[in-house]
Design a protein around this ligand. Sequence first.
Ligand SMILES: CC(C)(C)c1nc(N2CCN(c3ncccn3)CC2)c2cc(C(N)=O)c(N)nc2n1
Length: 333
Amino acid sequence: TPVNNLTTQMAQQEIATLQKRLTDYGVAYYEEDAPLVEDYIYDAFYARLVLLEAQFPQFVTPDSPTQNVGGAKVKSGLAKVVHPAPMLSLGDVFSLEELQEWDERTTKTLGFQSEYNLELKIDGLAVALTYVDGKLVQASTRGNGSIGEDVTANVKTIRSIPQTLTEPITIEVRGEIYMPKSSFATLNKQREADGLEPFANPRNAAAGSLRQLNVAITKKRELSAFVYYTADPDAIGVTTQSGALERFAALGLPTDDHNRVIATMADIDAYIAEYTSQRERLAYGIDGVVVKVNQLDNQLDLGHTVKIPRWAIAYKFPPEEALTVVRDIEWTV
Ligand SMILES: CC(C)(C)c1nc(N2CCN(c3ncccn3)CC2)c2cc(C(N)=O)c(N)nc2n1
């Protein structure tokens, strides 16, 4: 259950159970050297307890596993985090014709023509950010959609991600962390000067920089982010995707301002043409356009399959590999 749908009673119960379970696991691991569960299971329960205790501090006890240094039993790599609501993937199309077909299917299912919110598809890596009473308490990568990695300390070094919202609300938001093209070029020059392998593209550089155990390295890597989703729109009182983006900005969260609401799919050609040509002039990498049904209640009517929402689709630009050399030469000048 997402943290802000819990009653105090439920939270107290879950916290007590987790404290007991993690203490037993800790004893078996540290004192009997006979771990009861895999590390990633322990880490996922531990991350859940951290989240609950942040939301319900009245239930933190001095002997809670989170209160002693040995608590986070992370031996190797980053701790694991279970996403309370799975992070879905996105369906892809590669032509305007397929986009029209998607629009026809969507219009048929709804019984009327929906308006769409268009967003640039930022070429980075997806993260979930959890704020409790307006404070950033956890950040995790998408991972496989159900279990990601805890990158809270790393994310706290990203200047565009606020540690405190402008209102003390409890909400989980999702977005994309990316490395601007200029930071990517500078980083790769430095790596080549140091005899290191350069990163293949800004997305890999962002992932490698974010998932660092040594947070000081993340801090130096000049990452940025855009927020684009919450599973709990009631927490911010919005009814459309475009309204959610406006509320995110009002809360101090970074959003991309290239989004646009269109009435019918006929209007998308202009947007796609505009950003296909603008692409190399943007300060960050994009690999397409994301089209979303704008009214949130219509999104609910459309629902999602196991993996992807029916109310959103990603139009992918044709790969620009051929232009890479030309583009790099152009802006390194
Ligand atoms: C909330 C939904 C599911 C509709 C959604 N999902 C997204 N993604 C899911 C798949 N993701 C993913 N990542 C790795 C492996 C599989 N899927 C990566 C993010 C979005 C990504 C962007 C972006 N990049 O700019 C965006 N403006 N809106 C998104 N909206």
